[in-house]
Design a protein around this ligand. Structure first.
Ligand code: NAD
Length: 240
C-alpha cells in the first residue's frame, strides 16, 4: 500500500552532478571518471577479487578528494529547505557534502567513502574520514578492509525505505543524475501522481513522466528553486 502524501515533505534524489561544482568528477560526463577507469576493474566484486590493490588505490584517491571538497550552493540550497519542510535526501553519492551543508536526514544508497568495512558476512564498519585503506589492513574479524561502497552487482542499501519516502513526498526533486544506474534510477517512478516533480541537470536523456526539467548547474538553479518553494510554503501556511 502506498503511504499517504505528506504536504510538507520533500524527497530529494541526487547524483554525482550535485557535487560536480565542488570539484568531484561525475561518472559519465566528458570529464567523467569512466573515461579514465573501467568500472569493471575498480567498482565490481570481480575487480576486487582480481586486483584489490588497484581498487583500494582508486577509492583512496576518491576519498582524499571528497574529504578536501566543500559543499556548493546546490547542497546548501537543499539543506535550506529544512527551514520549512521535512526533507529526506536520498543520494547515490558517496561523498558527504549534503551532511556538511547541513542536511539532517541523508540516505546513502551506494555507501560512503568515509567508512571502511570488513569483508566477512558481519560487515563491521569503521569511520576512516579521508584516510587511505591499505592491503593488509584488517577488520577485527581478520578480514581485509575494503571501501564501504556498493559496487556494480551488489545490493543497494536502504532501498525500501527510500521508496517509501519518495512515495510519501508532496515534492520530488531530482538533481544531477543520469538516471542510468538501477535500481536507484527507478525511484523516480515511485513519486505520487499529484506530487510536484522537478529534475535539475545539465541534460536529460529521457525525462521521467510528470517531471518538469530545469536545465542548468545545480549551484545556480537550486538556490532560486529553494527560495521559491520556501516562499510558496510560507503562503500556504498563512492561508491555511
Ligand atoms: P552520472 O555521472 O551518471 O550523471 C551525472 C549527471 O549530472 C549527468 O546527467 C549530468 O548532466 C549532470 N550534471 C553534471 N554536472 C552538473 C551540475 N553542475 N549540475 C547539475 N547536473 C549536473 O552520475 P550518477 O547518475 O550519480 O551515476 C551514478 C553513480 O555515480 C553512483 O553510483 C554514484 O555512487 C557515483 N558517483 C558519485 C560521486 C560522488 O559521490 N560525488 C562522484 C562520481 C560518481
Amino acid at each position: 500500500m502506498k503511504p499517504d502524501i505528506q504536504p510538507n515533505k520533500i524527497a530529494v534524489l541526487t547524483g554525482a552532478g550535485v557535487s560536480a561544482e565542488s570539484g568531484l568528477p561525475t561518472f559519465r560526463d566528458s570529464h567523467g571518471l569512466w573515461n579514465s577507469y573501467s568500472w569493471e576493474q575498480v567498482a565490481s566484486p570481480e575487480g576486487w577479487r582480481v586486483r584489490p590493490a588497484a581498487v583500494l588505490e582508486f577509492y583512496n584517491e576518491r576519498r582524499r578528494q571528497a574529504w578536501l571538497a566543500s559543499p556548493n550552493a546546490g547542497h546548501e540550497a537543499i539543506a535550506s529547505l529544512e527551514a520549512a519542510f521535512e526533507v529526506v535526501v536520498i543520494t547515490q553519492n558517496v561523498d558527504e557534502l549534503h551532511e556538511r551543508a547541513g542536511s539532517k536526514h541523508v540516505i546513502h544508497l551506494h555507501g560512503e567513502l568515509a567508512y571502511a568495512r570488513g569483508t566477512s558476512e558481519a560487515r563491521k564498519r569503521y569511520r576512516i574520514d579521508g584516510e587511505p585503506i591499505t592491503m593488509g589492513q584488517l577488520c577485527e574479524d581478520g578480514t581485509q578492509l575494503r571501501p564501504d561502497i556498493v559496487w556494480f552487482g551488489e545490493e543497494v542499501q536502504f532501498f525500501e525505505e527510500a521508496c517509501s519516502h519518495v512515495a510519501g513526498a508532496a515534492r520530488v526533486l531530482v538533481v544531477g543524475t543520469s538516471l542510468s544506474v538501477f535500481p536507484a534510477a527507478s525511484l523516480v517512478t515511485m513519486a505520487g501522481a499529484r506530487a510536484q516533480k522537478v529534475l535539475v541537470s545539465l541534460e536529460v536523456e529521457r525525462l521521467p513522466p510528470g517531471f518538469e526539467f530545469l536545465r542548468g548547474r545545480a549551484a545556480e538553479v537550486l538556490p532560486a528553486l529553494a527560495a521559491k518553494w520556501l516562499e510558496d510554503e510560507r503562503v500556504r501556511i498563512a492561508q491555511a
